[in-house]
Design a protein around this ligand. Structure first.
Ligand SMILES: *[C@@H]1O[C@H](CO)[C@@H](O)[C@H](O)[C@H]1NC(C)=O
Length: 198
């Protein structure tokens, strides 16, 4: 008798707990972009992250972390202000939240002057006293290389010449085509592409 009574009590407690958790998870979630972001080196980038339904994040803690071999702090907003004492060196002075957007639950991050090393996965974590949620944003960085410079290296045994074209900093690896003045593809005997990793 005692056993079945306490069993019923437990059931009721679980039910209440369950519906409480259920309504919580339905109430508020963090959303981000569905696809990876493609950024161009040197330009500014907005990493989207927002609360739905729209709820002010002004009183919340917003943390942006770069997920890497060693996770590093990209930006921290807590107690109504930016707290970037522990920010990774790489991100110094390059990050900001949109302060006027925070009250609409928009916790997107602005990253200035994107670098190739910024590529990777970022976690946006929004936390309140009794709740938190996070999303991952994937960032791909593309870079346009330097203007190509052509130099003549030597005379080839075959009677032709060896030309060297140099251009650095491309990402992804570029396609190389030799053309004449009219834009017709040159039937180069052998083309070698050297890549030096940076
Ligand atoms: C968040 O704010 C940024 C900057 O103003 C804007 O580009 C973006 O569209 C906003 N996102 C949402 C969901 O309102």
């Amino acid at each position: 008798m005692i056993n079945s009574l306490s069993g019923m009590f437990l059931c009721a407690t679980l039910l209440i707990l369950y519906s409480f958790m259920d309504s919580q998870s339905e109430a508020l979630n963090v959303f981000g972009p569905g696809a990876p972001l493609v950024a161009v080196a040197g330009e500014d980038l907005v990493l989207p992250c927002f609360l739905k339904p729209s709820t002010s994040a002004v009183d919340m803690r917003v943390e942006w972390i770069k997920l890497d071999v060693k996770d590093s702090l990209v930006h921290l907003y807590n107690d109504h202000e930016d707290r970037n004492e522990g920010q990774a060196q790489l991100y110094r002075g390059r990050t900001s939240l949109f302060k006027e957007e925070l009250q609409k639950g928009n916790t997107s991050l602005k990253l200035s002057a994107v670098r190739v090393s910024d590529e990777g996965r970022y976690k946006c974590l929004v936390e309140d006293k009794s709740w938190y949620d996070d999303i991952i944003v994937n960032v791909i960085v593309e870079a346009q290389g330097t203007h190509p410079v052509i130099t003549m290296e030597s005379y080839a045994n075959s009677g032709g010449i060896n030309l060297v074209c140099e251009s650095r900093g491309w990402k992804p690896e570029p396609e190389v085509l030799w053309m004449d003045r009219e834009g017709a593809t040159l039937p180069a005997e052998a083309t070698q592409t050297h890549r030096d990793t940076e």
